[in-house]
Design a protein around this ligand. Structure first.
Ligand SMILES: Cc1cc2nc3c(=O)[nH]c(=O)nc-3n(C[C@H](O)[C@H](O)[C@H](O)COP(=O)(O)OP(=O)(O)OC[C@H]3O[C@@H](n4cnc5c(N)ncnc54)[C@H](O)[C@@H]3O)c2cc1C
Ligand code: FES
Length: 274
């Protein structure tokens, strides 16, 4: 494989549109050449923010040739992305990473905050192949939720939407794991797909294990290359690289990764406990 293929053919793209998902979060849309449009839910792009940095972003919008990612402002790169407007230029390379494995079993999809981003194309893929899907969008408050109006409109025979907020400002009042337990009792899913804060996913992996339900979760780790060269995203205990072997891992694999739900590493490699 040549280097350009490995590093994901860096290209400049101009924003075609910016969608306001809530007061802080934006979806940035751009056009891709059809040959780079083969993307599977759960994969991510490395996004170059001119003059600042390059950061990983999950693909949240996939309607070839228009692609998009949904970003919440956390630090300098993500704040700059959220401030962008139609016509601005960014760089992208990828797609990278192992996607969600699409199953035909009845599914519970749980997104925490902006973690719902990679789950959005997943939900559409599941519904398209006639899987029954319960989608739980969870957040600290109603203002942290994304895609609510969109999925309210799409809800129907195959898709039901549930909301949970920590403060009860919308939907079920309580943490995402409490809502998940309740929905497992009610909907009896055979598989759970999730992305969100790691401690939430850690609890969901335990719930799935206790109930004998399959689970797939999308992880975040500090990434520099995004394609298996630098080793920055390697996880204890076996050095699994999140950019190559993940970001989506099965519950079985996550139980082997001793750092999952306990700590992650900052850009310098220093451990930071959750
Ligand atoms: C596979 C993957 C998919 C992601 N998808 C999304 C998404 O769809 N939407 C979204 O809003 N965020 C997503 N993130 C998180 C996003 O990449 C970080 O929030 C972003 O890099 C922060 O950069 P910053 O300069 O704004 O903040 P900083 O102040 O630099 O950092 C804030 C936090 O983000 C983490 N971070 C910083 N740089 C990176 C990096 N290069 N790789 C991973 N983490 C980093 C830091 O450890 C720190 O905890 C994803 C992360 C990964 C690994
Ligand atoms: S980010 Fe470089 S190996 Fe994963």
């Amino acid at each position: 494989m040549n280097v350009e293929t490995l590093i994901g053919s860096p290209r400049s793209v101009r924003l075609k549109g910016v969608v306001r998902e809530n007061s802080r979060t934006r979806t940035l849309l751009f056009e891709e050449a059809m040959e780079t449009c083969s993307i599977t839910p759960g994969q991510f792009l490395m996004v170059w923010v001119p003059g600042i940095d390059e950061v990983p972003m999950s693909i949240s919008h996939w309607d070839p040739p228009i692609l998009g990612f949904t970003v919440a402002p956390i630090g300098s790169s993500t704040r700059a992305l959220c401030a962008m407007e139609e016509g601005d230029w960014i760089g992208v390379r990828g797609p990278f990473g192992k996607p969600f494995q699409i199953s035909q079993s009845d599914a519970l999809v749980v997104g925490g905050g902006v973690g719902a981003a990679p789950l959005r194309p997943l939900v559409y893929s599941l519904v398209e192949q006639n899987t029954d899907v319960t989608l739980l969008l969870a957040g600290k408050t109603a203002g942290d939720l994304v895609f609510v109006e969109e999925f309210e409109k799409r809800a129907g025979d195959r898709l039901s939407l549930e909301i949970a907020t920590d403060d009860g400002s919308a939907g079920f009042q309580g943490l995402a794991d409490m809502a998940t337990e309740m929905l497992c009792d009610r909907c009896k899913p055979e598989i759970i797909y999730t992305c969100g804060p790691e401690l939430m996913m850690y609890k969901l992996v335990k719930i799935a294990q206790n109930r004998g339900i399959e689970i797939q979760a999308s992880l975040e780790r500090f990434m520099k290359c995004g394609c298996g060269i630098c080793g920055t995203c390697a996880m204890d205990s076996d050095g699994s690289m999140v950019c190559l072997e993940g970001p989506v891992f099965t519950g079985e694999k996550l139980r082997e990764l001793t750092e999952f739900g306990r700590y992650h590493r900052e850009s310098t490699g220093v451990k930071k406990e959750y």
